[in-house]
Design a protein around this ligand. Structure first.
Ligand code: NAD
Length: 362
């Protein structure tokens, strides 16, 4: 399996290095023959090539079996027309990675105040309130006068249908419960269509229990009783916001792994940003990107029919659980290790004793 790795900005290089450490061990243990190919993106690329995403990088990424994208300093990139493109948007749009799967679960031994839960937020990734995804040309946030801004949200039947399908299929492989999160009481047409299409799509899966929750109320429900939820489907921005919350409820934003999936490509990416406040200090939690990489392996295993990739993904998740249970992780999850040492601890558990790791997992 050939994976392109773009380390990104801020904590990106640190959490990427820890992730690659784990992936190399997984490759050895499970005979995955993973080839890791590193390229620059973000500030490093701007310095070296004069572009956040340099010409030709998309083709390199496309020719691989998958991509690991570290967090990038999106807020720094102001002007798309001068090459300051948001790399997340760039790859999600150009590779049509329409579904952003963001699992959040609690781990044994890790303190959390909200009880055990295990859910996945399925977030639409290619339109919605993200103004840089909606237009063939230009941006859907418009400066009408210096004092007036109009931000347009695009919602299409096509994108609603495919995200609804992805969520239903995932729910069928889990606890068969789908929750649609929306704001159809205010955005009556756009979220109304999203809600209708999700319900319609789910009708083809009679075994699914389907309910829906208004997005504002959802913030209370998911804190009050997170174990009430299994698969949650939402439009782009609502899903983005909700999944940061669910990651934090699981123990830390630094546990927020995610996979961006299209019909024939996938990109692993932590749910959080480049965290400039802690960058370069060896304190960032690398587990978000490690779990994202595990999701990429599982995805590759499923589509290629090579079960050893799925076994490796499970073993990585188990090793993560075992490391946290033993306090061998970063401070945000109650440990006392740095970023690199956390990656090393997970790699050692993976190398030494997969069975023990498995037993500690749930
Ligand atoms: P952030 O998600 O980077 O950080 C929010 C808070 O969580 C910070 O206190 C940070 O220290 C902490 N945190 C984040 N990841 C952590 C980890 N792995 N371990 C421990 N703590 C962690 O949000 P922000 O600070 O508002 O944004 C920083 C930059 O990231 C901005 O430029 C923003 O646009 C960008 N961003 C990028 C992505 C992406 O690349 N996918 C996503 C969101 C934000």
């Amino acid at each position: 399996m050939r994976i392109v790795v773009l380390r990104g900005d801020g904590i990106g290089p640190e959490i990427s290095a820890a992730t690659l450490n784990v992936l190399r061990v997984a490759s050895e243990r499970f005979e995955l023959n993973i080839q890791l190919e590193e390229h620059e993106v973000g500030h490093a690329s701007l310095q070296q090539f004069g572009a956040i995403v340099r010409p030709g990088l998309l083709e390199i990424v496309r020719s691989a079996d998958g991509l690991i994208l570290g967090p990038t300093a999106t807020a720094d990139f102001k002007d798309e027309h001068s090459g300051e493109v948001n790399p997340s948007k760039f790859f999600r749009k150009n590779l049509d990675l329409f579904a952003n799967l963001r699992p959040a679960r609690t781990f044994p031994g890790l303190r959390n105040r909200f009880g055990a839960f295990d859910l996945v937020v399925v977030r639409e990734n290619t339109e919605g309130f993200y103004a840089d995804r909606n237009m063939k040309q230009g941006n859907s946030e418009l400066l009408v006068t210096p004092d007036v801004v109009v931000s347009l949200r695009r919602i299409t039947r096509h994108c609603c249908e495919r995200i609804a399908q992805a969520a239903c299929k995932l729910a069928m492989n889990r606890r068969k419960h789908l929750t649609i999160v929306h704001n159809a009481n205010v955005l009556k047409i756009g979220d109304g269509m999203f809600l209708d299409i999700c319900r319609e799509t789910a009708r083809a899966y009679p075994e699914l229990a389907v309910d829906d929750v208004l997005v504002d109320a959802m913030m209370a429900h998911v804190v009050r009783q997170p174990d009430r939820f299994d698969v949650i489907v939402a439009t782009n921005m609502f899903g983005d916001i909700l999944s940061d919350l669910t990651a934090e409820l699981s123990g830390s934003l630094g546990l927020g792994g995610s996979l961006n999936v299209g019909t024939d490509y996938a990109m692993a990416q932590a749910a959080h940003g480049s965290a400039p406040d802690i960058a370069g200090r060896d304190v960032a939690n690398p587990i978000s990107l490690i779990l994202s990489a595990a999701l990429l392996l599982a995805w590759h295993g499923e589509r290629s029919g090579a079960a050893r990739y799925e076994s490796a993904a499970r073993a990585i998740e188990n090793a993560v659980a075992a490391a946290m249970k033993g306090g061998r992780a970063t401070k945000d999850v109650g440990g006392n290790l740095g970023t690199a040492a956390t990656g090393q601890a997970i790699a050692e558990i993976l190398r030494s004793d997969i069975a023990t790791a498995s037993a500690a997992a749930r």
